[in-house]
Design a protein. Structure first.
Length: 109
């Protein structure tokens, strides 16, 4: 894609657009979208594209430390639920509890 974009930039420069260029900001680690601009020196002319975009601190925090910690927390919770099920077992209603609830229901009527 970058080869095709550079060909397009070269074509625009032959047509008189001296400031033509590829908009693929490195500050965000690649946007997965590239733009060939007539005025690459002024990207804000094109729907407000930022000149020097940056990744927000929240996203850096999430992708940096919080995401692995959340994965560890999820794995620990899942493991604890399995150990609880194996150790304690599922909840079962005793026959006495069922009779007690039925008696209370009959008393209310």
């Amino acid at each position: 894609m970058k080869t095709l974009a550079s060909e397009r930039v070269a074509e625009l420069k032959t047509r008189g657009y001296d400031n033509a260029g590829l908009y693929d900001p490195a500050g965000v680690g690649g946007t997965h979208v590239m733009y060939v601009l007539h005025h690459a020196d002024k990207p804000n002319l094109y729907h407000g594209l930022p000149e020097n975009p940056e990744i927000s601190e929240t996203v850096k925090f999430w992708k940096g430390i919080w995401k692995p910690l959340a994965a560890v927390g999820f794995a620990a919770t899942f493991a604890a639920s399995i150990f609880h099920y194996v150790g304690v077992g599922p909840n079962r209603a005793d026959e006495e509890e069922n009779n007690l609830h039925e008696e209370k229901d009959e008393e209310r009527k």
